[in-house]
Design a protein around this ligand. Structure first.
Ligand code: 13P
Ligand code: SF4
Length: 402
């Protein structure tokens, strides 16, 4: 038995999550020196970048981009702050952006303004000559950090032992996971999924195994299982700090879905109470949340879907419509700004940006662009060849289902 009860460890990214929460909804960019006052891990950066004003940064970034021309593509995830997204050649969700990288082979350098797993995925999908850069190396994802490789390998070994001769189990991992887990899925017949195709990938997985291990977000896994009509009684949570994930052999053998005990600190802030308050204030409001929210919140909402679905639904909604949104604040603020004829607001009255996404400050973007101008690749994200090959299998399995 590889898993034994051991001390629970909380990823540092999770501990730091509330770092930028503010009671008001304005999140204006400050100089990096001022932002450093927020006591979290920041990557060290040469001193000169700490004190540039917003105007200086803007002027220097524009000038660097002009000099670098089409050799560089800047990608911006929907959750990036306004002061970053304005430089993005492409905006999108994690998967769309990785595909953009692969579709731009003329760009030798892909500057990925997002978090670590996204840059890794771009590195897996893009051409061998392309180099992917993450402007701030401490921009991880606390959910992905909840599924470290050793824990997943031990858990997988135990699940094989208990379920191997009892209908088997396939692993499906959400895009928000490290490349090593995507590779494990590729090697063992499993696949990757995104929040927009999780149901299709799970349906596919159930064609060849009686059960699925869903990593690392228990909420997306549970919400998708419910959507597919799986009995909640047949969904067990796998706590990696407990022997057999805290389950009995019988519970595992009668399960359909084994849900890794991971979550997103941003999306689990949204509650049924907030939905009730929004409906009291705006009786005509439509509540739209991301499926990383808890089951109760998703069930109380009117709709749920990926960042791309949220963006498209609100942008295409009729003038005068009202939207209470349960996703990251930078995207909600942008949707409100771009749709002045509609009422768009965040369900949570406290503004809580994803603290890892927020670490991509314009000063870091300038730093990596300046590096390229001097022939230096700062913060290149690489994936070892065997991991890249096996992850690609899991990503291609997902793609073949679309
Ligand atoms: P998308 O895959 O929809 O971009 O979401 C990524 C994410 O981190 C959601 O919290
Ligand atoms: Fe990770 Fe949540 Fe941030 Fe998305 S919003 S990158 S899942 S911590």
């Amino acid at each position: 038995m590889a898993t034994t009860t051991r001390q629970a460890t909380i990823p540092i990214t999770e501990v730091e999550h509330a770092a930028f929460c503010k009671p008001e909804d304005e999140l204006p960019a400050k100089s990096l020196a001022e932002e450093f006052a927020v006591n979290i891990r920041w990557q060290k950066i040469p001193n000169e970048y700490l004190h540039y004003s917003a105007q200086e940064l803007d002027q220097r970034i524009n000038s660097a981009r002009q000099k670098l021309g089409s050799t560089v593509t800047i990608l911006g995830h929907h959750y990036q702050r306004e002061e970053i997204i304005k430089y993005a050649d492409f905006q999108g969700d994690s998967f769309l952006l990785s595909k953009q990288a692969a579709e731009r082979p003329e760009a030798d350098f892909i500057v990925f303004c997002g978090v670590h797993f996204m840059a890794e995925t771009a590195g897996i999908l893009c051409a061998p000559h392309q180099k992917v850069i993450l402007p701030n190396i401490t921009a991880g994802c606390s959910m992905a950090d909840m599924a470290p490789m050793d824990d997943v390998e031990d858990s997988w070994e135990d699940l094989q032992e208990v379920l191997g001769d009892h209908g088997g189990i396939l692993p499906v991992t959400y895009m928000n996971s490290i490349a090593g887990i995507k590779a494990l899925c590729g090697r063992t017949g499993g696949a990757v999924c995104t929040s927009s195709n999780a149901a299709a990938v799970l349906e596919w997985a159930f064609q060849s195994a009686e059960r699925v291990l869903f990593l690392p977000d228990q909420h997306l896994g549970r919400n998708t299982g419910i959507k597919l009509g799986i009995d909640p009684e047949q969904m067990v949570v796998w706590n990696p700090f407990k022997r057999l994930g805290g389950n009995t052999v019988e519970q595992l053998r009668s399960s359909k879905l084994v849900l890794w005990q991971g979550h997103c600190a941003v999306h689990t802030r949204f509650t049924v109470k907030q939905i009730q308050a929004a409906r009291e204030r705006f009786p005509e409001v439509t509540v739209l949340v991301h499926p990383e929210c808890t089951r109760e919140t998703v069930e109380a909402a009117d709709m749920n879907g990926s960042t791309e679905l949220i963006r498209k639904t609100i942008n295409e909604a009729p003038a005068g419509s009202q939207w209470a949104v349960g996703t990251e604040i930078s995207l909600v603020n942008r949707l409100a700004l771009n749709n002045p004829d509609k009422t768009v607001f965040c369900l949570d009255p406290v503004s809580c940006p994803c603290s890892t996404m927020y670490r991509i400050h314009p000063a870091y973007l300038l730093w990596v662009l300046d590096g390229l101008l001097q022939g230096q690749v700062i913060n290149q994200i690489t994936v070892p060849e065997d991991i890249r090959r096996d992850s690609l299998i899991a990503l291609e399995r997902m793609l073949s289902l679309q």
